[in-house]
Design a protein around this ligand. Structure first.
Ligand SMILES: [Zn+2]
Length: 153
């Protein structure tokens, strides 16, 4: 009787440890450099969670129709229809394409912010805030150096 109980407890412990190891592994996308021609500035932002200077990106002024891709792995991240001028000095979007990003809470600089990174390659792109003008209230504040714009025509 006692022995059977011991086996049962042992099995559920194994199950719990398996569950935790797999769920932690999937929440953390491994970062990998795919585009070998990334500049030092791009690498610093994408793999060191750096930030570009405000109003430094030409993409702030991009108004054509098309898609914004990851500068590292080329994954499609944003649609031009969801881009807007937030006045912050960084390309801003009200929503990302489904499954494009994963998020984590960032406590750097004494602030609690939600960092987001490419779901495909793990490269850091920016922070998402709850003060956007769209229906879901989101503002994706993206470093322009992490994006490549591809016009649709
Ligand atoms: Zn990527």
């Amino acid at each position: 009787m006692k022995r059977r109980k011991f086996i049962k407890v042992g099995c559920s412990c194994l199950f719990i440890s398996y569950f935790f190891s797999t769920s932690f592994a999937s929440s953390n996308t491994p970062k990998k450099i795919i585009n070998k021609s990334l500049s030092e500035k791009q690498k610093n932002i994408m793999f060191n969670e750096g930030t570009e200077r405000r109003f430094s990106s030409p993409l702030n002024y991009e108004k054509r129709k098309g898609f914004y891709h990851c500068a590292n792995c080329d994954a499609k991240l944003f649609k031009s229809d969801n881009k807007y001028d937030s006045g912050t000095g960084w390309p801003s979007f009200t929503e990302a394409l489904p499954g494009a990003f994963k998020t984590k809470i960032d406590y750097s600089f004494g602030m609690k912010r939600t960092e987001y990174h490419c779901a495909n390659c793990g490269a850091h792109h920016g922070h998402v805030f709850d003060d956007g003008p769209g229906k879901n209230g989101k503002r994706y504040c993206n470093n322009g150096l992490c994006l490549i714009f591809k016009p649709s025509d």
